[in-house]
Unconditional design. Sequence first.
Length: 340
Amino acid sequence: MSVTTAEPCPELRSVTADEVAAYVVGAAVWAPSVHNTQPWWFSGRGAEIVLHADGQRQLAVADPAGREMMISCGAALFTAKLALRSLGYIPETRVLPNSADPLIVARLRWRHRSPPTELESRLFEQIPRRRSHRGGFGPLPLPPGLVPALRQDAARDGAAFRVAIDDGSRAVVAAVVDAAEQVERQASAYMRELASWAPPPGSLRLDGVSALSYPARPAGTSPDLPSRDFAHGHGWGLPESSAATGGRFTGSVCLLTTPADQPADWVNAGHALQRILLTSATCGVAAALYSQPVEIDWLREVLRGHLGDGSYPQLVLRLGITVQNAISLRRPADSVLFHS
């Protein structure tokens, strides 16, 4: 079954558990992940899917604790649950069910039925359409009511969505992002790792950051949150005239935080992140994601101190309006789903 053609609550014929699993994983692989590493695999047995973190795809230099890997898996978990809802199933979830195996992120079962809500159907439609943005935004403001909705979305998953509403706060976040980018560019091991996930134009890989997903020359914004140099000096990327590069506005500068900083919080952050991204996408709003400032401990503490409530920053985001035609690649479901 295809994510883009599936109909909610199909009643015309019964589907097997294996078909449901293939459908769900086919949606889950479209979740966002750091550097599009897609650090997950799934096992299916009857009416159950187990989501595993793939330690071989963990960023050993940038993410030695596996925090970003687990955030990515949390986003895949939310996407899988949403796919089940599109079929009219009620997902039953156990997060981190096995303390002896911390790479088992969640167990997901489906036994009962209930039609999806209109909102769930709208979010599901955005799964294959959503893209991470890596350029500037146009001048239009966020739609009224979106920010309160995103705050509610985050709170449902035990996280918090914060917007830097004044120039001083935006300047602090921008300065931390800039400092993190400069520190990481001076680290040869980090740059080698980044290069390994940024293939050159024409690559046939189905993971990593495609050269058709970022601008060759990022537009400067004020305040400027510098993007990673995925082209590592080669000038790869989309030309400035491309719509995918966006405009020259920063957009809304935001933070996703959690009250604690344990693996369960990381999964929750990823769960909240995908809910936020899909909700934004239903309003025509795109997001640029920044993990640099939370990959360097002392700069993360600067952000944490700026928040003033002891919560832990998990990700920096920019939200704004832009036309998107960037390429996003994913491995097929049958390459990451294994049946017991």
